[in-house]
Design a protein around this ligand. Structure first.
Ligand SMILES: [Zn+2]
Ligand SMILES: [Zn+2]
Length: 347
């Protein structure tokens, strides 16, 4: 089904208020920005021991994570309406991940418009017969078999490294204006971070930037990899077939701005994730067979246990042996998901 068909089916039960921006969420930016700056000052000036510095690095990493996720919301227009304001605020939010707001917009629009399309979604590993444009993805595909020991490493660098590689890879698809904007912001962001290293010392830099960056990547990616990698490839844009919502502790969900409600986000990208739990309930009731939800830990384990390259629409493949793997959901849980799963079809 198309997104419009789902939203038409829910229209009687969706209030117009759900689609209004929620400007109050922007307050998280000064809060997390101040936390990151205060911890950085303490790391540089307070003559702390290694353990204290590491603890502060973890706090900065959590703030980087929340800022990145807020930037995602802002760029979708669910926080503030004015375009210039979205770009300015989001630029501050995504800079800690080493990414520029203009590029994030182009990249993320490609993902939303082509979710799980084997050739067009920049965030899928594609089929064994496919040849990803992104050279880095092409290279990394050989390391994405099941139970790869590189899994934690891929999580810890994935967002930032993938963004940098993709920025170069899709230059030809951009207009001249987009090329100038994306490359300029990339240079500004990285020159800023590197200059802080020169200024405040590289040892401190590893605590106020490198460790937080790795942690933010790890947290964001631990959700990102579960949101589509267990779903089938699809060329029709069915948001319920191509996305997975994962659940975790409610306080973690709130801290991470309900980023885990990804099916709801793909169905209504401009809706504030604040309302996603309400939409999740409606989807569960209205489309019990099409809507998928899994505990975050189980989904992450399932991603680790399965290869990432697709053999066909619903099966994965081991890149070393070229043997089709079990269907995606078979390793998700020892129990069959009680809500049924179209991915089991054809087994
Ligand atoms: Zn997505
Ligand atoms: Zn999005």
């Amino acid at each position: 089904m198309l997104a419009k068909q789902y939203s038409d089916a829910l229209s009687d039960r969706l209030y117009p208020d759900l689609f209004r921006p929620v400007p109050g969420r922007v307050l998280r930016l000064p809060v997390h920005g101040s936390i990151a700056v205060a911890c950085t000052i303490a790391i540089v000036d307070a003559h702390l021991g290694l353990l204290f510095k590491f603890a502060l690095a973890i706090i900065i990493g959590l703030s980087f994570t929340c800022m990145g996720l807020l930037g995602h919301e802002i760029l979708h227009g669910s926080v503030v309406e004015r375009l210039w304001l979205r770009r300015v605020l989001a630029a501050f939010c995504v800079a800690p991940l080493g990414i520029g707001a203009a590029f994030w917009t182009i990249w993320h629009n490609l993902h939303h418009a082509n979710t799980q399309h084997p050739a067009r979604d920049p965030d899928t590993w594609g089929t064994i017969d496919g040849n990803p444009q992104d050279r880095t993805m092409r290279f990394l595909r050989r390391f994405t078999n099941s139970r790869t020991p590189l899994f934690p490493f891929l999580l810890a660098v994935g967002v930032t490294a993938h963004a940098a590689a993709l920025l170069l890879c899709i230059q030809k698809q951009m207009t001249r204006k987009q090329r100038i904007a994306t490359l300029t912001e990339f240079l500004v962001v990285w020159l800023f971070w590197l200059s802080t290293g020169f200024w405040l010392g590289w040892w401190n830099f590893s605590f106020f930037f490198v460790i937080p960056l790795l942690l933010a990547n790890l947290i964001v990616n631990s959700f990102v990899v579960t949101q589509h990698f267990l779903n089938p490839l699809d060329e029709t844009g069915d948001p319920l077939a191509t996305s997975l919502t994962v659940t975790t502790n409610i306080w973690i969900e709130r801290l991470l701005l309900n980023f885990n409600y990804h099916t709801e986000h793909h169905l209504f990208p401009c809706m504030s994730p604040k309302y996603a739990p309400r939409v999740a309930q409606l989807l569960k009731e209205t489309f019990p067979d099409q809507y998928h939800q899994l505990a975050h830990r189980s989904a992450l384990l399932a991603v680790w246990r399965t290869p990432r390259v697709y053999h066909d629409r619903v099966k994965l493949v081991d890149m070393d042996t070229a043997m089709p793997s079990t269907a995606l959901w078979a390793t998700a849980s020892k129990r069959t998901p009680r809500w049924g799963c179209p991915l089991m079809a054809g087994l």
